[in-house]
Design a protein around this ligand. Sequence first.
Ligand code: HEM
Ligand SMILES: *[C@@H]1O[C@H](CO)[C@@H](O)[C@H](O)[C@H]1NC(C)=O
Ligand SMILES: *[C@@H]1O[C@H](CO)[C@@H](O)[C@H](O)[C@H]1NC(C)=O
Ligand SMILES: CC(=O)N[C@H]1CO[C@H](CO)[C@@H](O)[C@@H]1O
Length: 420
Amino acid sequence: MQYALLTIALTAPTVLAFPFVAQMPGVDSSLFMKRQQSGGSNPGGPATCPNNPNHVPAPGITAQYPYNGAKNGAPGKGVGGYRVPAVGDTAHQFVAPGPNDIRGPCPGLNAAANHNFLAHDGVTTFNELVDAQQNLYNVGYDLSVLLALLGLTLTDGDIVTEKLSIGCDATTRTSFNPVLTGSEPGLDGHNKFEADTSLTRNDFFLGKGDNFSFNGTLYKMMQTTTGSNYNRDNLAKYRYERYQQSLRDNPNFYFGPLSLLLFGASSFLYELMPSGTRNYAPDEYTISSFFGAERQADGTYTFNNQEKIPDNWTNRVKPYTNNDVTAEILAQYLEYPVLFGGATGNGGFDLLNFGGSIQDGKLIATPGSKELTCLLYQLATQSVPSYLNGVITPTVEAVGLVSTKIGGTLVNLGCPQPLT
Ligand code: HEM
Ligand SMILES: *[C@@H]1O[C@H](CO)[C@@H](O)[C@H](O)[C@H]1NC(C)=O
Ligand SMILES: *[C@@H]1O[C@H](CO)[C@@H](O)[C@H](O)[C@H]1NC(C)=O
Ligand SMILES: CC(=O)N[C@H]1CO[C@H](CO)[C@@H](O)[C@@H]1O
């Protein structure tokens, strides 16, 4: 466990400006504990998780096909605009996932695994994640490291083996010692990294625990609202629509600090997925390919299990950095400001505070501010209210890993030191 789960007694006085409402009428409190873990044969749990006994690590790059030159978790060149997969590079051609391969809620990582930038079975490592993001998408080194750390620590990968399942619970393969670490739910683990109001995934409560599978109804809604132009303005609008939908339909709706990552993820549609060969337009051809969304004759969408880099694709020219993504998170938020907090099940809504960036339920970080720069770092190093009656706090070991990998750069910029 990289994050200790702290469930606060309902009567205890607390410094957190967040009321605990799990036992209020209308709130199904049994879900709160289940939210954290997708145990046993629940959706995303170990019993139904594919298992490839023959794990093959990602092949990595070669001198002939160097991409960004990123290997072993180190910084690459940070110069994109090249073709992926490179012409002739058979090691990174698309191969659809088989029955033993794990895929999860992230189309960016699923496509990376389908193209062998991550291990094809979906059990990956910190280094593979950092290398793949740079070589494939030209994500900046700083952001590649931050996202990989968030994946590893927040969603319970293993900080000793540095292994992570990109989907369901594969503890037997990620953990250095399952008895000591407990279960490591992978990226499907809800309300650590995985949150309500995703673009194309169900809310946890509404999906009865399956919040990681592609939902064609939601994809269709996104396509309709954006008019197939997945740019910032249109995605901000669609995210707002999803928020209103969850507020209306989901009595256990929770929109906490980790939901900030969803604005980051939606920026990936117009910042990381578009192709130079299509003038970097976030268009239907491109986005549907990454999402594996297949349009049917009647206009509905189904999942084809083929999350794929579009043909003839070239990646972005300049690296996409921590500052770029936090600026996009704020820009989308400011178009349709919404409140952070949780539904109390009786029509009420509780607001929350987090770090210096969320106050009384509102994101108050300003462009270029320290709070904005530190946003993702704080998610990785501070206690995060992660659902209605709980807070997750990184362990000393998790904070240690983050500082080892980040090397103090963000602390030097004035980001708050972790308290643990
Ligand atoms: C180590 C790096 C990464 C990790 C750990 C990660 C993890 C995740 C997780 C857990 C989600 C689900 C969030 C939710 O729905 O609640 C997600 C969503 C998403 N990710 Fe990633 N991701 C990473 C990198 C990327 C990259 C490089 C791309 C783009 C090329 C990407 C594109 C997306 C998109 C578009 C979504 C939204 C999907 C939807 O809501 O339907 N991710 N990611
Ligand atoms: C997909 O999402 C819609 C809208 O939230 C929901 O009504 C439907 O049940 C979901 N479908 C599946 C298969 O979960
Ligand atoms: C691929 O992209 C190149 C460069 O823009 C273009 O000249 C070529 O026509 C494209 N080929 C296909 C099959 O789309
Ligand atoms: C438990 C549950 O509701 N699972 C469903 C969620 O959605 C997927 C499709 O996206 C269904 O296949 C599951 O049965």
